[in-house]
Design a protein around this ligand. Structure first.
Ligand code: ADP
Ligand code: G6P
Length: 355
């Protein structure tokens, strides 16, 4: 009778605009869970899914109801809910959560068309990443934990330039224009989802260099909701106090412009939250391990695990600043949440099958 409800999948939502670091974050997350995530074997080479031993990551672009031509004809962007099939998204995420395999469509980013579906079997952890994981209330209610990557306009612009200009040969003007064109729908449909997130990673220009707008040195804020079951926010020195900490000094020398941490309670869309902020960047390993040793509730399994993860993936974008640090920590928190959820179900199988 313990298995009457089947093996339930833990579902995590990750929302952000495209080009804001979702796939980088996913690779950090699956690395924390152990084992790299690969595209499904023998399937469509244009599949957007990533599978590892424990985790399956699906991209919500696969629920586009209008393909590229359809969007053009109707004059809607991919950010517009009318271009997405939330009924199907809900049905399939619910089915997977209940332990049932589904035939999920594939949105082909190369052709802009919808390809024949692929079979998704229920994993231990399902991550749904994309533009709208928290948009539809039914889907939102299926999430055991949700994250929003909030990249400020200045930084988004800097990242886009780096990728689209350097790697794809687009002009500065066309990048500006495409960001502007997406903005109204972004503001209407994507950005409001952050109010529902259990954790938000906010990425802003540094305040350590006066007038800096380059988007190279970053100020990153990890906003953690209080009162979320199995999620205890990270803190610096003293839980609930307001702290400002510059680790660089006598014991640790940092290079310009240094590193500054801030921690404290706050409110976010009417919720009580804890906010941990890091401005600046790491230059050397001793800086990172020194910082890690002063953080509490980071859900590591051994001393230095955060630093070890950061080193392992040091070639990923954001490895020297708060984006990589906080993504790694959120990954560890999710591993912890998953383990606690599973343990709580094992203890009370009857209770667990009710909800
Ligand atoms: P998404 O999956 O949301 O489209 P990616 O993870 O592919 O985003 O990242 C898109 C681009 O943004 C990367 O190629 C990189 O140039 C830039 N980027 C992402 N995360 C960071 C980061 N933490 N620091 C600097 N640049 C980043
Ligand atoms: C969505 C997807 C992006 C894609 C964009 C292009 O935003 O998330 O990955 O680049 O659509 O849309 P288009 O209508 O130009 O094909």
């Amino acid at each position: 009778t313990c298995s009457a409800g089947g093996q339930e999948t833990v579902v995590i939502g990750l929302a952000a605009d495209s080009g804001c670091g979702k796939s980088t974050f996913m690779r950090r997350l699956t690395s924390v869970f152990g084992g790299a995530a690969e595209p499904p074997k023998g399937g469509n080479p244009d599949s957007n899914t990533l599978i590892s031993d424990t985790t399956t990551v699906i991209c919500l672009d696969d629920y586009h109801s209008l393909d590229r031509t359809g969007r053009k004809e109707k004059g809607v962007t991919a950010l517009d809910p009318r271009a997405n099939d939330f009924d199907l998204m809900y049905e399939q995420v619910k089915a997977i959560k209940e332990g049932k395999a589904v035939d999920k469509p594939i949105y082909n980013h190369v052709s802009g068309l919808l390809d024949p579906p692929e079979l998704i079997k229920p994993p231990k952890i399902l991550v749904i990443e994309g533009l709208h994981p928290m948009y539809d209330q039914r889907v939102r209610d299926l999430l055991d934990f949700s994250i929003y990557l909030d990249i400020s306009n200045e930084v988004k612009f800097a990242w886009k330039i780096q990728r689209d200009m350097a790697e794809r040969g687009h002009s500065l003007e066309s990048i500006k224009a495409s960001i502007e064109a997406r903005k109204p729908d972004f503001d209407a449909y994507i950005d409001p989802q952050k109010q529902y997130a259990d954790a938000v990673i906010e990425v802003l220009p540094t305040q350590l260099i006066p007038g800096d707008n380059e988007g190279k040195v970053l100020r990153v804020r990890l906003i953690m909701k209080e009162g979320v079951k199995f999620f205890n926010p990270v803190y610096l020195f003293d839980e609930g106090s307001t702290i400002s900490w510059i680790p660089c000094g006598r014991k640790l020398t940092c290079s310009y412009p240094g590193i500054k941490f801030t921690y404290g309670p706050d409110t976010y869309f009417g919720h009580e939250v804890s906010v941990l902020e890091m401005d600046g960047q790491f230059d050397r390993l001793d800086e990172l391990i020194y910082v890690e040793s002063h953080l509490s509730n980071i859900s590591t399994k051994f001393y230095g695990e955060v630093t070890q993860q950061m080193l392992k993936l040091s070639d990923f974008p954001g490895s020297s600043n708060g984006t990589g640090l906080f993504q790694t920590i959120v990954g560890l928190k999710i591993r912890d949440l998953f383990e606690q959820l599973i343990a709580s179900k094992a203890k009370t199988p009857v209770e667990a099958t009710k909800a």
